[in-house]
Design a protein. Sequence first.
Length: 132
Amino acid sequence: MSARTVFSIIESPMHPDFSTLYTRLGIRESKFSSMRKAISALKTQAPDLVVAEFMYGYGNNYAGVNVCNLDVFLYSLQKYARDASIIVLVDRHEYQYVEKLAALFPLHAVLRQPVCAQDIEPVLREHMEITL
């Protein structure tokens, strides 16, 4: 069986570094500092998992066509890696808006920040069991 791959989309300093945990679980990590770079990578590499922060769009185009920073990436993910599991990290002040994203895309897990390795490890292990 090939190693699982996670796309870590790190757009803010609040995103925890789970690199050590991913390595311990045998998950290969690809890090991206922007959605644009992650979307570009989708064309050549399909992730099994995506871990990204949710940032609600207050009063910009997100409030109209898009809900948050993840929409465009997740639409692309449906095209290139439909079976990938999505793990969303969200600030407690924006938690109320995640349901809008969940209405559009299947989210494997939503974790409130701050998130530590002990919080995400059971979610990763569950994903690994589901996809065996």
